[in-house]
Ligand binder design. Structure first.
Ligand code: IVH
Length: 667
C-alpha cells in the first residue's frame, strides 16, 4: 500500500463509520470492517511518518488531559427564547411578520435535542477543534473527547473551512446501560442523559470517553455556508457528511406550523433520545439576516417547549432536609409514581411557606410536576386525606439541634451552626468532591457520610490524609475501591484549577461564573491568601459585573479564620492550584504556523496576528506544522523541507485571508 492508497483506506473507513453511526445503514459486515481496520493499523505501524491526524485510528488520543482550556469566541453562541402554547407561538409569528414588513415566512421545524451544545471547527475539511457553549462567549475545548464520537466526521466530503454547531447527546438505551454499570460499581447514577453527556465530555481520559455512548446531531453553520434556505443548509451539511436530524418539516403558514408542532407532542416518545421541545426557524437565510438577533437569542428562531409532565400521588411524610449552606427545606416523600419515564418517590416543596400556602398535609393526594430534567415539585392538593396530619414547621435543626433562624424579610429557614452542624459539614465535603468542583470521582455521598461519622474527616483538607487502610474499614469498601478513592483524591491536586477549588469551597453566592472571575484575577491561591479582606473587596469591585454584595461575601469568606485554617491545611497538603490562561478561539485555533522569507510586515507583527487569531507561532517547520507562510524570496530547501513534513506552503495574502477566517480552499 502506498501513501495514496493509505489515505483512500482512511476515507473508506470513515465512510463506513458514517453509514453505521449516522445513516444507520451499514454496507459492510463488522468482520469486513475489522479487516480493513487491521490493514490500516498495520500500515501505520510500519510507516509512522505517514500517519494522518484524521485517520480513524486516531479517534482516541493516548494522553489524558489535566484541564480543558477555556476559549473565547468572537461570535457568541446564542440561546433561544421559549414558547409554551399556541398563543405565544402566534405572537412569535406576528413579530416575525412585522420584522419582514408583512411578508409571510416559511418555517422549518426540527427536534430540540436535550443535550450539550457544541461548536465544531473544520479547517479545510478536517476536524480541528470542538468547544462547549459555556456561557455563550467562553467555552471549553473538549476536542479530544469529541473525536471519540463515531458520528462526528473527522473529515468532511469537501475541504471547506466551517464552524458547525450542534448537540452532543445520549440515547435513552445507551444512558440506561452505563447507569446500570455505574450502580453495579457502587457509583452514583447520573440523573439524566444530559448530565451523563456533560460528565462524559469532561472526562480527563479520552479512552474512557470513547466508551460512553455519545452521539451527535448538527443543526447550524456559522455564516450559513452557501445555502439560501435552512432546508438547503441542512442538505449541504448532510452532503458534507455531518449528522443532521432526519425528522425535519417545512411549513408555509401559521396553521401548518401549529399542526406540525402539535404532531411532535406524541411522536417525541418514539424517538430513541429525549427532546424537550422543537425549534422553529425561519427558512429563508435572507429573511433571517433581516430579522437579526438580540444579545441573547436570534429573532428568527424560537423554541416550543413541551408541557411538563404531571402525576397524582399521596404524601406519606415530610423530611426536614438540611442543605449544604444550612437551608432547612421540606422534602415530601410520596407513594411511588411513574413520571416522564422515571419512578418518583420524593419531591420538593421549596420552603415552609409553600406548605402553608398549598395547605397540604400528610395523607393528602397532590399533583406533582416534572419540568424538563429538574426534580419534581408539588403544584397543588387535589384531594384532602381523611385522617390528614398537619405539617409543623421545625424549630430545631434535625442534625445538630441548634435553634433555627430566619433572616429579616427572607422566607428561607436556616441552621446558623455553619461550622458545627454535622449534616452541613458532610454536604460541604460532598460538594467539594463534586464534578464541577474538585472532581474527586469514586467518592459518593454515602462514603462521605461515613467518613464524617467516623471522625476520619472533619474538613475538606482531611481528605488528603486518608489512607487505603483507613478506607477499607468503611462499609461496602473493598481494597480496590479504597485505592481508587485515594488515587482520585491525589489526582485532584494535579487536575483542579483555582476556580474549581473556589467553587468547591462553597462560598455563598459564588457559582461557576464568579469563581472564575475571582480565579482569573488572582491566578494563584497563594496570591488570594496574601491579600487583605479590604484588598480583595476593592479588587473584585473593580471587576466587571461583580457587585458590592458579592465582593463583600468573598472578602468575608477569606477574612473568617476558620476558613483560612482549612485553606492553609489544603496548601500544606499540596492543594494549591492556579488558573490557566484563556486561549482565544480565533480562526486559527488549533493551527500551527511558521513564517519565512521577507513579508510586507515585520515578523513580530505576523506572530501577533497568528496568536490573536488563536494560532500557535512556530520558529521552524516541524512535523505537524500546518502552514508555512512564505515571503517572495523563500529558499528551495525550506520549501522542500515543508513538503517533506506535509506542511502546506501559503503566500502572505492567503495567510491574511486564513487569519480572517475565510476559506482558502485545498490549494
Ligand atoms: S438552534 C442561534 N437548533 O437548544 C440558534 N438549537 O435552548 C440557536 N438545541 O443552545 C441554536 N436542538 O443547544 C438549535 N435543532 C436545534 C436545537 C438547538 C437543541 C439547543 C441548543 C441551544 C438551546 C437553546
Amino acid at each position: 500500500m502506498d501513501r495514496a492508497a493509505y489515505e483512500a483506506l482512511c476515507r473508506e473507513l470513515l465512510d463506513h463509520d458514517r453509514r453505521y453511526y449516522v445513516d444507520n445503514a451499514p454496507t459492510v459486515s463488522d468482520q469486513d470492517y475489522d479487516r480493513l481496520f487491521a490493514r490500516l493499523k498495520d500500515f501505520e505501524a510500519a510507516h509512522p511518518a505517514d500517519l494522518l491526524s484524521w485517520s480513524p485510528t486516531q479517534r482516541v488520543g493516548h494522553t489524558p488531559t489535566s484541564t480543558f482550556p477555556k476559549l473565547v469566541r468572537d461570535v457568541p453562541m446564542l440561546s433561544l427564547d421559549n414558547t409554551y402554547d399556541e398563543a405565544e407561538l402566534t405572537a412569535f409569528h406576528e413579530r416575525v411578520k412585522k420584522g419582514l414588513a408583512g411578508e409571510e415566512p416559511a418555517y422549518v421545524v426540527e427536534p430540540k435535542i436535550d443535550g450539550i451544545s457544541m461548536e465544531l471547527k473544520y479547517v479545510e475539511g478536517k476536524f480541528r477543534l470542538g468547544a462547549t457553549r459555556g456561557d455563550g462567549t467562553i467555552g471549553e475545548d473538549v476536542t479530544q473527547n469529541l473525536r471519540t464520537i463515531r458520528a462526528l466526521p473527522l473529515v468532511l466530503s469537501e475541504p471547506v473551512t466551517v464552524d458547525v454547531r450542534g448537540e452532543v447527546y445520549m440515547e435513552r438505551a445507551g444512558f440506561e446501560k452505563i447507569n446500570a454499570e455505574r450502580v453495579a460499581a457502587g457509583e452514583e447514577p447520573w440523573k439524566n442523559p444530559r448530565n451523563s453527556t456533560g460528565g462524559s465530555l469532561k472526562l480527563m481520559d479520552p479512552r474512557e470517553a470513547a466508551r460512553r455512548p455519545m452521539k451527535l446531531l448538527t443543526y447550524e453553520v456559522v455564516g450559513d455556508g452557501p445555502a439560501k434556505t435552512h432546508f438547503q443548509l441542512l442538505e449541504w451539511m448532510k452532503h458534507l457528511g455531518l449528522p443532521v436530524s432526519t425528522d425535519i418539516t417545512r411549513v408555509e403558514s401559521l396553521p401548518a406550523l401549529i399542526e406540525a408542532v402539535n404532531g411532535w407532542a406524541s411522536r417525541r416518545l418514539s424517538l430513541p433520545f429525549a427532546i424537550d421541545g422543537v425549534v422553529i426557524k425561519v427558512d429563508r437565510i435572507a429573511q433571517r439576516r433581516e430579522l437579526g438577533a438580540t444579545s441573547r437569542a436570534p429573532r428568527w428562531a424560537i423554541a416550543f417547549k413541551f408541557p411538563a409532565e404531571q402525576a397524582v400521588t399521596r404524601l406519606q411524610w415530610v423530611e426536614v432536609n438540611v442543605g449544604r449552606t444550612g437551608a432547612i427545606t421540606p422534602l415530601g416523600h410520596f407513594d411511588p409514581v411513574e413520571l416522564g419515564g422515571t419512578t418518583v418517590k420524593r419531591a420538593s416543596f421549596f420552603n415552609w411557606n409553600q406548605i402553608r400556602r398549598l395547605d397540604v398535609a400528610v395523607g393528602d393526594k397532590v399533583l406533582i410536576e416534572k419540568a424538563g430534567e429538574i426534580i419534581p415539585y408539588v403544584i397543588t392538593v387535589v384531594e384532602r386525606g381523611a385522617d390528614r396530619q398537619p405539617i409543623a414547621e421545625p424549630t430545631e435543626c434535625p442534625s445538630c439541634a441548634t435553634r433555627l433562624e430566619r433572616e429579616e424579610g427572607q422566607v428561607a429557614l436556616y441552621c446558623p451552626n455553619r461550622f458545627g452542624c454535622p449534616v452541613q459539614r458532610a454536604r460541604s465535603i460532598g460538594f467539594f468532591c463534586a464534578r464541577d468542583a474538585m472532581n474527586i470521582e469514586n467518592l459518593g455521598p454515602s462514603t462521605v457520610y461515613q467518613l464524617c461519622e467516623t471522625g476520619l474527616v472533619k474538613d475538606v483538607a482531611d481528605l488528603y490524609d486518608l489512607t487505603v487502610e483507613q478506607l477499607v474499614e468503611l462499609e461496602r469498601m473493598g481494597e480496590k475501591s479504597a485505592e481508587n478513592v485515594v488515587q482520585a483524591i491525589a489526582n485532584s491536586k494535579k487536575t483542579a484549577t483555582l476556580s474549581r477549588l473556589l467553587i468547591g469551597l462553597g462560598m455563598p453566592g459564588i457559582g461557576e461564573v464568579w469563581a472564575r472571575a475571582v480565579a482569573e484575577h488572582y491566578r494563584e491561591l497563594a496570591s488570594l491568601m496574601k491579600a487583605t479582606p479590604e484588598e480583595i473587596k476593592a479588587a473584585l469591585l473593580a471587576l466587571h459585573g461583580f457587585g458590592e454584595e458579592r465582593a463583600q461575601k468573598v472578602s468575608a469568606f477569606f477574612a473568617e479564620p476558620r476558613n483560612r485554617v482549612v485553606i492553609e491545611k489544603l496548601q500544606a497538603r499540596g492543594v494549591s492550584p492556579s488558573e490557566p490562561r484563556i486561549e482565544r478561539i480565533g480562526p486559527l485555533a488549533g493551527l500551527r504556523l511558521c513564517v519565512t522569507g521577507t513579508l510586507t510586515r515585520p515578523r513580530s507583527e505576523i506572530q501577533a496576528t497568528i496568536e490573536a487569531a488563536g494560532g500557535t507561532f512556530e520558529k521552524s517547520v516541524k512535523k505537524g506544522t500546518h502552514y508555512l507562510v512564505a515571503g517572495a524570496d523563500v529558499g528551495a530547501t525550506k520549501l522542500k523541507d515543508a513538503q517533506k513534513k506535509g506542511t502546506r506552503v501559503i503566500d502572505e495574502p492567503t495567510f491574511e485571508r486564513l487569519a480572517r477566517g475565510e476559506d482558502i480552499g485545498n490549494g
